[in-house]
Design a protein around this ligand. Structure first.
Ligand SMILES: [Zn+2]
Length: 118
């Protein structure tokens, strides 16, 4: 379900990028055709579009995908408290996928475990 939503959101942003690139390309094409040889402009537009698509694809590969949400049946009740070492905020984790979950992040850093693990 959430995979489908992520998929449609992604294709929506893909469409927005494509429309933006198309408008840019057409603007360049019209402006270029008025000033220079049409063939050179076409080659430049194709090269520009390819470089942009390649760059966007590389950036997209760098983005880490969100992990799959776990089945509610395998979640465990925990009672862990974490403190942010930078600002001092504290949170209590009550449910986690396992008994020793990854600490949450705050102030862009992992929080410190306050309660000891039994
Ligand atoms: Zn903090």
């Amino acid at each position: 379900m959430s995979e489908m939503r992520a998929e449609s959101k992604r294709s929506l942003s893909d469409r927005a990028v494509n429309i933006g690139l198309l408008v840019l390309a057409l603007t360049g094409l019209v402006a270029g055709a008025l000033l220079a040889d049409v063939f050179e402009v076409l080659v430049a537009v194709v090269i520009g579009y390819s470089v942009l698509r390649l760059g966007l694809a590389m950036l997209r590969n760098l983005a880490r995908p969100l992990p799959e949400p776990p089945d509610p049946g395998i979640l465990r009740k925990v009672k862990l408290e974490y403190r942010c070492s930078i600002c001092g905020a504290e949170v209590r984790m009550t449910v986690a996928p396992d008994e020793d979950p990854e600490p949450p992040r705050h102030c862009q850093d992992e929080m410190d475990l306050v309660t000891p693990i039994e």
